[in-house]
Design a protein around this ligand. Structure first.
Ligand SMILES: C[S@@+](CC[C@H](N)C(=O)[O-])C[C@H]1O[C@@H](n2cnc3c(N)ncnc32)[C@H](O)[C@@H]1O
Length: 273
């Protein structure tokens, strides 16, 4: 009975996502004020700074980085692409995978210009902003594939998608809490993605705090599991990760623009036991 309930909650989430609109989602979350590179308290620069720090501390290394639930966005791998020779992007929806492929193949027709993002990360790396074109070339070189994923499956990717030992690092931003019907499903999903990571590998997890919904397009209200910091820490521990760092960002009032009810964002650096 309990299992049936869990399945129907997950099926309802999958149904919601059929109406997800990448162009609107990008506009809501990845343009000013949320992506204002002149403002230190803007949410996107905060996320980019957390990722930059995590990837340059020296302990996150190896061959393969996998991004879980990439959506139509690339910002989450702009630092990691300098450290890993192979990057795999993943998403549940083909429409998001297509958006990513359009940029990766330099075909045009994609819905967001990632240049200011690359300029900003180049500056964090101590390079000239104009080095963005080198970063774009690097990213296009190291991203080896864009693959389907379902974090609710015990085996979230096709059996031969990754090397048998697993990835050296996972990054995932705003995925698990916004695709899970409840905390139990979030917890399980955190365990499922752990099966893609080698023991001792790192997980960089970014997510929403206290969020109950976000808009995936005009009138497309997608429910989110409202999380607090203690729940995130408990879930990580339960699913076999050692927490190394947790950072929290509180949204300034003018960043609350009516496309969700998020109040804060967490950034976690953890290690698989
Ligand atoms: C809120 S978006 C996050 C996108 C991006 N990572 C970001 O930082 O903005 C959630 C993503 O999860 C994907 N998704 C939906 N159901 C999923 C599932 N069962 N497994 C993995 N990803 C899923 C959606 O297609 C969407 O791209």
């Amino acid at each position: 009975m309990e299992e049936k309930g869990a399945e129907s909650g997950i099926a309802a989430m999958a149904a919601c996502y059929q109406r997800f609109d990448p162009a609107s989602y990008l506009k809501y979350n990845y343009t000013p004020p949320r992506a204002d590179f002149e403002r230190k308290d803007s949410i996107v620069p905060w996320k980019l700074a957390c990722l930059h720090r995590a990837f340059t501390e020296g302990d996150v290394s190896g061959e393969l980085l996998v991004d879980i639930g990439s959506g139509p966005t690339l910002y989450q791998v702009l630092s990691g692409c300098e450290v890993f020779n192979k990057v795999i992007l993943t998403d549940f929806l083909e429409i998001n995978r297509q958006e990513l492929r359009r940029w990766l193949r330099d075909e045009g027709g994609y819905n967001l210009d990632w240049t200011p993002y690359m300029e900003y990360v180049c500056k964090l790396e101590g390079r000239r902003p104009s080095a963005w074109s080198e970063k774009a070339a690097k990213l296009r070189k190291v991203v080896k594939d864009v693959l389907p994923i379902d974090v609710h499956c015990p085996q979230p990717m096709a059996p031969d998608a990754l090397p048998s030992g697993g990835a050296d690092c996972l990054v995932s931003s705003f995925c698990l809490e916004s695709v899970s019907p409840d905390l139990a499903a979030f917890n399980r999903a955190l365990g499922h993605i752990g099966s893609l990571l080698r023991p001792g590998g790192h997980l960089l997890l970014i997510g929403a705090l206290d969020e109950s919904y976000y808009l995936g397009g005009p009138g497309v209200k997608i429910p989110v599991v409202p999380l607090n910091e203690a729940q995130v820490c408990a879930s990580l521990k339960e699913r076999g990760y050692t927490l190394m760092r947790l950072e929290v960002y509180t949204l300034p009032q003018d960043m609350r623009v009516g496309v969700d009810d998020v109040t804060g964002v967490f950034f976690v650096k953890a290690k698989k036991v």
